[in-house]
Design a protein around this ligand. Structure first.
Ligand code: 1CP
Length: 340
């Protein structure tokens, strides 16, 4: 698999590409399947439909990797927090963690209740071409904790930060519990057939450096170490978003470092390029304009070259109103431009 070889810095015939949120509303095919499920959570739990949408970007875009169709919030949901996906608002936990008591009431071993996720992984792997990789994923502890504490996405993260600075032990207990769940969850995805595993720390950038190292990165470090021992041949990808200024502090036991669009790739290459394969980081909004997209691709290849050590991706997820034609063109462009 070109993608897996690239994760391990092997030479490949071209630079592999996949896109965060490559299955989603910008594809009419996704919308058609989405309509067949009652709601988003049902879609994530339906093995047949989730398999179909996971495979759509492989068929439509010809990307080098499929990513499991699911959501990072299913794990905290199974730990006991009621979850709704409200149309045109997004996800919301209708009950949140307020104190140590709430935290202690959470279910442990919840990852064992996500059997349908492992079934989707097996079902996708069985249908996927042998040359294409399947990426399994989880939210990182800090990002999952923010949703459990806030109930929803936030601009300020004030609830999370208040409890972090007033009751740090409670937050550490939550992050500890989440880390154990995530290790179990990703281990099971690997056993079901995932070829690579990714940790999304989307709200890493909400914390100052010291707090991020203590409440965010230290748990990522623990998780990647545990997974590396269990599955040395499965590459691990970490994506801590919004932490460009902290790059020098983010070392650990993983293969691929995902760069958000806010990280200048030149800087990431200087600081981390010798340690990790870099993945990223085309600004997704460039796909609104074919000119801006081509310019972005050329800039990235100008910096990263066409040798091993780089995987092409967007610097965050596809947006629902991006033109699908440009997504298709992006894959074609990256493949032809990077031919060795
Ligand atoms: O059909 C719809 O309207 C639902 C939109 C949608 C989709 C397609 C949501 C709601 N989640 C997903 C799928 C999803 N989420 C995937 C599938 C695989 C793929 O990439 O194609 C993945 C990997 C995720 C991960 C995810 N969910 C993250 C981490 C990555 C990131 O974008 O930073 C986060 C933060 C979430 C929470 C979430 N789920 C959905 C939304 C709209 C959000 C973000 C809400 C917020 O901004 O707080």
């Amino acid at each position: 698999m070109v993608f897996i070889d690239a994760c391990f810095r092997q030479e490949t015939p071209y630079t592999p590409i996949w896109m965060m949120r490559q299955a989603g509303r910008y594809l009419s095919e996704y919308q058609a399947v989405r309509k067949r499920a009652k709601n988003f959570l049902d879609l994530c739990a339906d093995v047949k439909l989730a398999t179909e949408v996971t495979l759509q970007p492989i068929e439509i875009l010809d990307v080098d990797a499929a990513i499991l169709f699911s959501d990072i919030l299913l794990l905290p949901h199974k730990m006991g927090l009621p979850l709704e996906f409200l149309p045109s608002f997004g996800p919301k936990f209708t009950q949140t963690i307020q104190n140590l008591e709430d935290m202690k009431a959470l279910k442990r071993g919840a990852y064992k209740d996500l059997g349908f996720v492992y079934e989707i992984v097996s079902s996708v792997r069985a249908k996927l071409d042998k040359s294409k990789a399947l990426i399994g994923f989880s939210g990182a502890p800090w990002t999952l904790a923010t949703y459990m504490l806030e109930g929803q996405g936030s601009k300020t993260y004030s609830r999370s930060k208040k409890i972090l600075y007033t009751e740090p032990a409670t937050v550490h207990a939550l992050l500890e519990a989440l880390s154990d769940e995530i290790i179990g969850y990703l281990d099971m995805q690997a056993q079901a057939g995932a070829n690579a595993l990714m940790l999304f720390d989307s709200w890493a950038g909400a914390l100052e450096l010291e707090a991020y190292l203590e409440f965010g990165w230290s748990y990522i470090d623990k998780i990647t170490k545990a997974l590396k021992l269990k599955h040395p041949k499965i590459p691990l990808i970490v994506f801590p978003k919004g932490v460009g200024a902290y790059l020098g502090h983010l070392k650990g036991d993983f293969e691929v470092f995902g760069c958000g669009w806010g990280v200048p790739l030149k800087l990431a290459k200087e600081i981390l390029g010798g340690h990790y394969v870099l993945q990223g980081n085309l600004e997704p909004a460039r796909l609104y304009s074919q000119e801006a997209m081509v310019e972005g691709v050329e800039h990235i290849f100008g910096l990263m070259g066409k040798k091993a050590g780089f995987i092409f991706n967007l610097g965050h997820g596809m947006l629902p109103d991006l033109p699908r034609a440009n997504a298709i063109e992006l894959v074609r462009l990256v493949r032809t431009q990077s031919k060795r």
